[in-house]
Design a protein around this ligand. Structure first.
Ligand SMILES: [Zn+2]
Ligand SMILES: [Zn+2]
Length: 142
């Protein structure tokens, strides 16, 4: 440690490792692309080119705006009957994922994600506790 290889400061050295990284990234991306393409094409074959949320219809011209959503949000779950796929337009797809995030933060307690937000006050209470270690809530100790 402490000793840097002389090549590190030369553009040549950087380029080499950069190329290697590019290769790895390109390969990973290609694999992902192929997998994505795989289920997207399958879903587009199985389901009508209509957004399952807003009902917008798609043609070959704007088909790139139609995406495939995993109903259970598990991208590894790709049953060949297409039961886990849903064709969603970009906007509805985005919405769907935002909803799911809210849902997860709400600890799965129904759709009242808004109501559960007060729970985020807890960390602050703890922080106050840490700042004043001597002062304890009288009713908290038992
Ligand atoms: Zn839509
Ligand atoms: Zn999705």
């Amino acid at each position: 440690m402490g000793v840097r290889s002389p090549g590190q400061n030369r553009p040549g050295g950087e380029r080499k490792s950069g190329e290697e990284l590019d290769k790895v990234v390109a390969r990973a991306r290609q694999t992902l692309d192929e997998r994505m393409k795989g289920y997207r094409e399958q879903s587009l074959r199985t389901h009508p080119w209509v957004c399952a949320r807003c009902g917008r219809e798609f043609t070959v011209k704007n088909l790139h705006l139609l995406t495939v959503h995993h109903k259970d949000h598990n991208h590894e779950n790709n049953p060949s009957d297409g039961s886990n796929w849903e064709n969603l337009c970009l906007y509805c797809h985005d919405n769907e994922h935002r909803r799911f995030l809210d849902y997860e933060e709400g600890a799965g307690a129904g759709e009242s994600g808004e109501r559960r937000k007060p729970a985020t006050h807890k960390p602050f209470a703890k922080l106050a506790d840490l700042l004043k270690p001597e002062k304890r809530e009288p009713h908290e100790s038992s």
